[in-house]
Design a protein around this ligand. Structure first.
Ligand code: 5GP
Length: 127
């Protein structure tokens, strides 16, 4: 089934400039900004400017240029925020929630970059 993109979602509104954001980095295809409800001292969201619902939608339909730009911006955010181990940081976690099991709230693809504290186990154990 093809993905249907909802142009009223909050990140679409941010991209249209209808809602302000605290930008970390912006390129032709990608925007990175601070999460409004940070769950760690560093909590940045990286989003493509294209109309993609989630990771697998982006991965299968984005252009090579969009894919490369997104990845470069995410890496640059790790460096800028000081969490990237390659630049002396203590590390970070990237998370991308999708769909109902993934508990995705905003239906525009986004990558969370979290760091600045020990983040604990990746997931609670099953059962
Ligand atoms: P999800 O649960 O979809 O993976 O994550 C959505 C994230 O978007 C949440 O961490 C939430 O705090 C963040 N968020 C929701 N609305 C806004 C907003 O208007 N501005 C910013 N900067 N972040 C938002």
């Amino acid at each position: 089934m093809a993905y249907a993109y909802d142009d009223t979602n909050i990140f679409a509104r941010i991209l249209r400039g209808e809602i302000p954001n605290k930008t970390v980095l912006e390129t032709e295809h990608t925007l990175a900004f601070h999460d409004i409800g940070p769950q760690a001292p560093v909590h940045v969201l990286v989003i493509p400017k294209g109309r993609y619902v989630n990771f697998d939608h982006f991965a299968s339909e984005a252009t090579a240029e969009e894919l490369a730009d997104f990845t470069r911006v995410a890496g640059e955010v790790c460096r800028i925020t000081g969490v990237g181990p390659g630049n002396g940081g203590a590390g970070y976690r990237t998370i991308s929630n999708a769909g109902t099991d993934g508990v995705q709230e905003v239906p525009h693809y986004h990558l969370h970059i979290l760091g600045g504290r020990v983040l604990g186990r990746m997931l609670a154990k099953m059962g």
